[in-house]
Design a protein around this ligand. Structure first.
Ligand SMILES: C[S@@+](CC[C@H](N)C(=O)[O-])C[C@H]1O[C@@H](n2cnc3c(N)ncnc32)[C@H](O)[C@@H]1O
Ligand SMILES: [Zn+2]
Length: 306
């Protein structure tokens, strides 16, 4: 559990802060705010901040989460993860104090690759902990407990919080250096509030043509044609566009991979797994499939562009 992550947290009940002692106890069993509100740390390592009535949102199912973890673990999206890490590290000061918030962290794959890249940048500091503290502190937010169980296993240093990103975030203003959103919902007003004046919002989205070869067989939802304009417009009140990096590569996918990629995305909420399995069974041993993504950066309006 990282210290700078904990010190950036706000209690979801009273907006109070959490004592730094929470971060120095080797294996704390709960986070306790200054007013005594206590949030258990699950045995897998994540913390549920969504107490009370909960949310109307439909979280990804266990099957969808398992499919995503297996697909990502096979490395099919590694080029995206690496390009994302390059973008994030270019914006995070190398002084051990940067805080990255991954909104909709899922199984934590992209954050994991980011920590690996950060550790390589600071080889003497080990994977995450150096003598002066974490090379990079991170907070992962997701509404799905199933996803966070896996994220917490993969990224034990990350503060993984069950949270609905449409709600005010349980993170103090002007604390995050980078907010990352990979195929997940965005709350621009809240992202702008938590970012430091020199902070950056990094958003990964699919580009037209992404997975085109298997869109039919896998029952994928059609991509919005003007997604990039929609993205820019959706954050425009709070952010100015920075730049973008496109990532395109070919993947060689087995029928099992295609099954997983279909189930792990937004279409996974509507697909019948048995029907999907029958459809992908007709595919050849390997199908060449194009992956196309855009990594866009945005700067909060309250600072001059940098
Ligand atoms: C398509 S997945 C992407 C996960 C991860 N970023 C990745 O690319 O592997 C979308 C994620 O957003 C999460 N999510 C959906 N609605 C959310 C909300 N309102 N608040 C927080 N997370 C949400 C889902 O549980 C899921 O893990
Ligand atoms: Zn409190």
């Amino acid at each position: 559990m990282n210290r700078s992550g904990v010190s950036a947290l706000l209690c979801p009940l009273c907006a109070g802060s959490f004592g730094i002692d929470c971060a120095t106890t080797p294996k704390p069993s709960a986070l306790v705010c200054d007013s005594g509100h206590s949030f258990d740390i699950a045995k897998q390592g994540y913390i549920n901040f969504l107490t009370g009535a909960g949310t109307r949102f439909v979280a990804d199912s266990a099957a969808m989460v398992a499919a995503r973890e297996e697909f990502l673990a096979a490395g099919h999206y590694l080029p995206l993860a690496q390009a994302l890490a390059t973008t994030v590290l270019a914006h995070s000061p190398d002084n051990g104090d940067s805080l990255v918030v991954d909104a909709g962290t899922g199984t934590g794959y992209y954050l994991h690759q980011l920590h690996r890249a950060a550790a390589q940048r600071r080889p003497s500091a080990g994977l995450a902990q150096g003598p002066t503290g974490p090379a990079l502190a991170s907070i992962g937010l997701d509404i799905s407990k199933f996803a966070l169980r896996r994220a917490a296993r993969l990224n034990p240093e990350t503060l993984n919080l069950v949270w609905d990103v449409w709600q005010p975030l349980p993170i103090a203003a002007v604390t995050a250096d980078v907010v990352v959103v990979v195929f997940a919902p965005r709350n621009p007003a809240e992202f702008a509030r938590i970012l430091t004046p020199r902070g950056v919002l990094v958003v990964a989205t699919p580009l037209p043509g992404h997975l085109a070869e298997i869109a039919g067989v896998a029952g994928l939802l059609a991509l919005q044609e003007d997604k990039q304009n929609v993205l820019q417009a959706s954050v425009a009140t709070h952010f100015a566009p920075g730049g973008f990096t496109d990532v395109e590569h070919q993947m060689s996918l087995s029928p099992a991979d295609v099954f997983r990629i279909a189930l792990m995305g937004p279409a996974g909420h509507h697909l019948d797994p048995a029907q999907l399995r029958d459809r992908v069974a007709a595919l050849p041993e390997h199908t060449d499939v194009t992956a196309r993504f855009r990594i866009s950066t945005f700067y909060p309006h309250h600072t001059p562009a940098h």
